[in-house]
Design a protein. Structure first.
Length: 595
């Protein structure tokens, strides 16, 4: 009756099929339980695909959230009966990163579009978003004093987003669907794609979501007609005990010791390695706690080698992005332009002494956690002399190879200059980076944190990470600034023009970190830069040493200018730095994501 009255694709049918599936589960007919659950998921996915155009990003994310919950239920059921694993993988390809992928395709289409209406809408949206970000940098009192109401602007942004989304429904690339066959077709004989999926486990006996976490791993090779898989049942242990051990050797108490971490490889990688066998090139789409580790730094006690010495590990955003990048024509970069930023004057106007800068940090009551997270190599907030040498030497190398280079340092390394860049081939920023999972305790009750409205800061994960540029200490002291505040948040970075940028290098602390959203990746600078159009990004997972980072970056550019291959240069640089500084803390902080 429900199908007849509302149609087979109405979302209410999904709930009805879920009930039927649960009935079959209690009858221990797991094949039929899976069948009806898959049908339920298909209805939700069809509804999402049909209705996502014309929705604002928040509504689209809400719809996708329901779809993801349904997928987690299916993944939990697969722990009991894995007969539908191929369907599960195909569904994940259609779910993982779909919003981010659609956004990138839309922006690229708009950039290349000759439709003046579309371009005008896009420009208007970017302008309105930038204005709202500026409003959010004002205190409540300042907004009230100036008579600023953000609600109308927020509504206008939502209208523009919805209209652009609706107009994009005719872009064929946004309607393309992929399956495991497409993945297999793009793999060479010596390649393997590993797709990791984190999911909360539904306890069917208790009929509720448990506090257990599991990881489903899909493994595809060119020879396979069916995707291989395995389930890591000890997700909580991976995220707590094993990760704690890993962090101690990469950025914690054991980071400078000559001891080797012999535990992490066993739990994070060995079960996967056993399925991969001898294949050398491994594409990996990360999820959950895997976003917080650098796979290259896992030490194999059997071979006494690190993983990057055994395999060519290549991090990809998801299977969909892997397919699209493999199918895309190779971009030919004829315009050798580079924009470099480093050694910002955080005081803005004159370089302060270490003592004065330390006083600024303490006066804000930012805690030792905050002070350390701002620093590339010590436990104080102070200028990073290595970034000045780094930028000067990289500029010299590029200049001598006939590149057109702009370098901004000191008073010139400003947030406004970063926002003015126009798709250079290289964007390199050497400074402090920051990431906050939560706001540290503050003794005062200020309604701002990091120069941002505190409510917005808490609600939007893209505001909790970013880069620190010239003049930032004035903001941290609580000054009301005219213009930019010296803090480039990830949200602001999404508006950068990087559509023709081959490489972005963030030579700073923890720039690869952010809020992990299971099927959309890491919400932070990583997402921001790809959304802005960057092709490849180098970023860090932990606090990095100033001097060694300088050496790492200079070595990387020397290699790249010779062999013209970003990935080979990055891998060679890791190996060379490791010879001089054996501990993973030094050579393993940076990761490369992209083609």
């Amino acid at each position: 009756m429900l199908r007849k009255n509302k149609g087979p694709e109405h979302p209410d049918n999904s709930a009805a099929l879920d009930n039927i599936a649960m009935s079959y589960f209690w009858l221990e007919d797991y094949n039929k339980a899976l069948k009806y659950r898959l049908s339920s998921y298909d209805i939700l996915k069809t509804s999402f695909d049909k209705n996502k155009f014309g929705l604002s990003p928040s509504l689209r994310s809400s719809l996708k959230g329901k779809l993801e919950t349904s997928y987690h239920f299916l993944a939990s059921l697969s722990c009991i009966n894995d007969s539908a694993l191929l369907d599960l993988y195909n569904n994940w390809i259609g779910l993982n990163g779909i919003i981010g992928s659609d956004n990138q395709i839309l922006i690229q289409k708009l950039v290349n579009s000759k439709d003046s209406t579309l371009i005008s809408l896009f420009d208007e949206l970017r302008s309105s978003q930038a204005q709202l970000m500026k409003y959010n940098e004002l205190t409540f009192q300042e907004k009230e004093k100036r008579g600023i109401e953000t609600k109308p602007l927020e509504q206008e942004i939502q209208r523009l987003e919805s209209e652009l989304s609706f107009r994009s429904k005719d872009f064929a690339e946004l309607n393309r669907s992929f399956s495991s066959k497409d993945v297999i077709k793009e793999l060479n004989n010596d390649e393997v794609l590993v797709e990791i999926v984190r999911f909360p486990y539904y306890d069917f006996k208790m009929n509720k979501w448990s506090d257990s976490v599991k990881y489903l791993v899909f493994i595809s090779t060119a020879e396979d007609t069916l995707v291989d898989h395995l389930i890591l049942h000890t997700g909580k242990e991976l995220e707590e005990d094993v990760y704690s051990e890993y962090a101690s050797f990469t950025s914690g108490d054991n980071k400078l010791s000559n001891l080797k971490d012999k535990l992490s490889y066993k739990y994070f990688w060995k079960p996967i390695s056993d399925r991969i066998g001898s294949k050398k090139t491994v594409y990996v789409s990360l999820s959950g706690i895997y976003n917080n580790i650098n796979l290259s730094t896992l030490y194999n006690p059997e071979t006494e080698q690190y993983l990057f010495e055994e395999k060519d590990i290549r991090i990809v955003k998801n299977s969909r992005d892997f397919i699209l990048r493999k199918q895309a024509e190779k971009e030919i970069y004829s315009n050798n332009t580079a924009v470099l930023f480093g050694y910002p004057n955080y005081d803005g106007g004159k370089l302060g002494t270490n003592d004065s800068l330390n006083f600024i940090a303490e006066s804000r009551d930012l805690s030792s956690f905050w002070i350390d997270s701002l620093n590339r190599g010590g436990n104080k907030v102070y200028p990073l002399p290595g970034t000045k040498i780094e930028v000067e030497n990289i500029k010299s190398k590029l200049d001598s190879n006939d590149w057109s280079v702009q370098a901004f340092m000191g008073d010139d390394a400003t947030e406004s200059r970063v926002k003015q860049i126009e798709s250079p081939r290289i964007l390199h920023i050497a400074t402090h980076g920051y990431f906050f999972e939560d706001i540290p305790n503050q003794k005062n009750d200020a309604n701002q944190f990091m120069g941002i409205d505190k409510v917005q800061f808490i609600e939007n994960p893209m505001l909790r990470s970013g880069l620190i540029l010239t003049g930032a200490n004035k903001t941290l002291e609580g000054e009301e600034l005219v213009g930019e505040n010296g803090l480039l948040s990830s949200l602001e970075a999404t508006l950068l023009n990087l559509d023709k940028t081959e490489l972005v290098v963030l030579s700073a602390c923890e720039t690869g970190k952010g809020k992990v959203k299971n099927s959309e990746g890491v919400y932070g600078l990583q997402k921001a830069l790809f959304d802005a159009g960057a092709e490849n990004v180098i970023m860090s997972l932990w606090k990095v040493n100033d001097q060694v980072t300088q050496e790492f970056m200079e070595t990387f550019y020397s290699k790249w200018l010779i062999n013209k291959n970003i990935r080979e240069s990055f891998n060679e640089t890791q190996k060379l730095i490791k010879l001089k500084y054996p501990q993973p803390y030094f050579w393993g902080a940076f990761i490369l994501i992209g083609k």
